[in-house]
Ligand binder design. Structure first.
Ligand code: ZN
Length: 236
C-alpha cells in the first residue's frame, strides 16, 4: 500500500512543471514599498552604536532596491543630550534602563546626533529611487524606534499618511536593528493595516538580553511575514 502511494506521488511529479515545486517569488508592484531603516554610520562598524555586522545589509538592500519603485529611508536623528542617551543621566551607563513619562527606556550611548557624520546614511547605500527620508527621534524627550510612531505611542511621524496617500498596501522592512527599529516599524505597519514583510537577511540585530528572539516572536504573533531577499523577484 505504501509502495503504491509513493509511486503515485512520483508519477504526479513527473507530469507537473518544476515550478510547481519551487516557492513562488514575490514580485513587488506599484502598491509595494521598501522601507530601509536607519542604515547610518552610527549603526555600523566604527559608529557610536554599532550593530554587529550592520554594514552587511548594504549590498543586500542595494540589490533589493532595484525591484522596488517605492522606497522610504529612515534616519535616527537625535538632539544632543537626548532622553535616550545614558550620558544625559548622572550615574547611568549605556544599555541600562530608566523610566520616562511613557514607560521604560533603554539607555544608549550617544548616537546619531543631528547633522553629524555619525548620523549620515552609509556611504555605500545606493538607492537613488528613494523618495522620502523620514527622520525620527528628534524630539528631545521622546525616543522613536518605529518609523511610524514615537515611543510615547501617540506622536505619529507622518509616514503612515504618506504611504496611504500614495496608495501603498504592502511594506517590506529592512535595515537596522532587527530587534528595535525594524521590529517596531514592522509591528506598527501591521497595526496600521499594511501587509508587512521583514526581509531577514537585509537586517542585523543588537540582541540585548535575548531581544532578537523576542522581537521575532512578537512580530510573527502580529502577522509580520519573515522572508529572505531570495524570496523577492529581482529582474536582472
Ligand atoms: Zn536612537
Amino acid at each position: 500500500m505504501q509502495r503504491r502511494a509513493l509511486l503515485s506521488i512520483s508519477a504526479a511529479a513527473a507530469v507537473l512543471p518544476w515550478r510547481a515545486f519551487a516557492a513562488a517569488k514575490i514580485k513587488p508592484d506599484e502598491l509595494s514599498a521598501l522601507i530601509v531603516v536607519d542604515v547610518q554610520n552610527c549603526f555600523v562598524t566604527g559608529g557610536t552604536l554599532p550593530v554587529a555586522k550592520g554594514e552587511e545589509v548594504v549590498p543586500v538592500i542595494n540589490k533589493l532596491a532595484k525591484a522596488f519603485d517605492n522606497i522610504v529611508l529612515t534616519q535616527d536623528w537625535h538632539t544632543a543630550g537626548h532622553a535616550s542617551f545614558a550620558s544625559t543621566y548622572a550615574g547611568k551607563k549605556p544599555f541600562e534602563t530608566t523610566k520616562l513619562s511613557y514607560g521604560t527606556q533603554v539607555l544608549w550611548p550617544d548616537h546619531c546626533v543631528q547633522g553629524t557624520q555619525d548620523a549620515a546614511l552609509h556611504k555605500d547605500l545606493d538607492v537613488p529611487k528613494a523618495q522620502i527620508i523620514v527622520r525620527k527621534g528628534f524630539h528631545q524627550h521622546v525616543d522613536s524606534y518605529s518609523a511610524f510612531e514615537e515611543a510615547d505611542r501617540k506622536t505619529p511621524t507622518g509616514l503612515a499618511g504618506y504611504l496611504k496617500q500614495r496608495g501603498i498596501k504592502r511594506v517590506f522592512v529592512t535595515g537596522l536593528a532587527t530587534d528595535f527599529c525594524v521590529a517596531w516599524t514592522a509591528m506598527d505597519a501591521r497595526k496600521l493595516g499594511f501587509e508587512t514583510y521583514v526581509i531577514e537577511d537585509a537586517t542585523r540585530g543588537i540582541d540585548l538580553n535575548g531581544s532578537l528572539a523576542t522581537a521575532w516572536k512578537q512580530m510573527t504573533a502580529k502577522g509580520v511575514k519573515r522572508i529572505q531577499s531570495t524570496d523577492i523577484e529581482i529582474a536582472v
